[in-house]
Design a protein around this ligand. Structure first.
Ligand SMILES: Nc1ncnc2c1ncn2[C@@H]1O[C@H](COP(=O)(O)OP(=O)(O)OP(=O)(O)O)[C@@H](O)[C@H]1O
Length: 229
């Protein structure tokens, strides 16, 4: 269970509060108007943005821990691949900064195969398509072996077909890994397809997660505004 207890973020004249829990293994879409604070919320959970209150994972407090010490893996739109490293080397960074052992190399190969990149291990990012680069980043996330995934518009740069393919893949591997996922998206359809629960971030509040079907069947004023209904 991820719990945000009286989380309060202040950035200049912008403020955001959250006070809720989400069960482990849930896929959550974080939606809301631009500038509403979606990325800021992820930043506070990961420890890159200062906040008061508590962040708990499995009843243990994470606030106070440095970002790298939290059980969190992150994925952003700009996939943060190193251009001078091959796909395998980029993925291998999830395991070690040093030369990989034989066993680690085989973990990397398995992860690349799992995301559909078999045979492309030695390509550098520039020799891969946008979708393939996203897959490399996803393989690296998978190998980080963290239970909580924070994804900030990870596939926004891809066309709609490829984006839904990637979301289906994340859905699958998150389910296999039992990961809890918070994903920021601007696309309500992506949210509906991907997530079991929706967090609406608007007017200084990250609302408690609600079941996706319920949210879309009965959109409240904030969602109707957001959807332009
Ligand atoms: N370092 C900062 N200092 C002060 N204000 C900031 C800082 N970073 C972001 N903000 C403000 O915090 C608010 C929330 O920004 P945030 O990027 O979290 O929104 P968002 O919902 O992710 O937006 P978008 O959908 O456009 O990416 C915005 O008003 C932004 O201007």
């Amino acid at each position: 269970m991820l719990t945000l207890e009286q989380l309060n973020i202040v950035q200049g004249d912008f403020g955001l509060r959250a006070d809720w829990s989400v069960p482990a293994g849930t896929r959550v879409a974080v939606i809301g108007p631009s500038g509403g604070g979606k990325s800021t919320l992820l930043g506070a959970i990961s420890g890159f943005v200062e906040a008061s209150g508590q962040v708990l994972w499995a009843n243990a407090r994470l606030d106070g821990l440095a970002p790298g010490k939290r059980p969190i893996a992150m994925l952003f739109q700009d996939q943060n691949l190193f251009p001078h490293l091959t796909a395998a080397q980029n993925v291998g960074l999830a395991l070690s900064q040093k030369r990989l052992t034989e066993a680690e190399r085989s973990l990397v190969e398995n992860a690349l195969a799992r995301v559909g990149l078999e045979g492309l291990n030695n390509r550098k990012p520039a020799q891969l398509s946008g979708g393939q680069q996203s897959r490399v980043a996803l393989a690296r996330l998978l190998l980080q072996d963290r239970p909580l995934w924070l994804l900030d518009e990870p596939f926004a740069a891809l066309g709609p077909g490829l984006r839904s393919e990637m979301l289906a893949l994340v859905h699958q591997i998150a389910e296999e890994a039992g990961a809890t996922v918070l994903m920021v998206t601007h696309d309500p359809e992506d949210a509906r397809r991907f997530a079991q629960a929706i967090v609406m971030v608007d007017q200084g509040i990250a609302q408690a997660p609600r079941p996706t079907e319920q949210v879309f069947a009965n959109p409240d004023a904030a969602l109707r505004d957001y959807l332009g209904l």
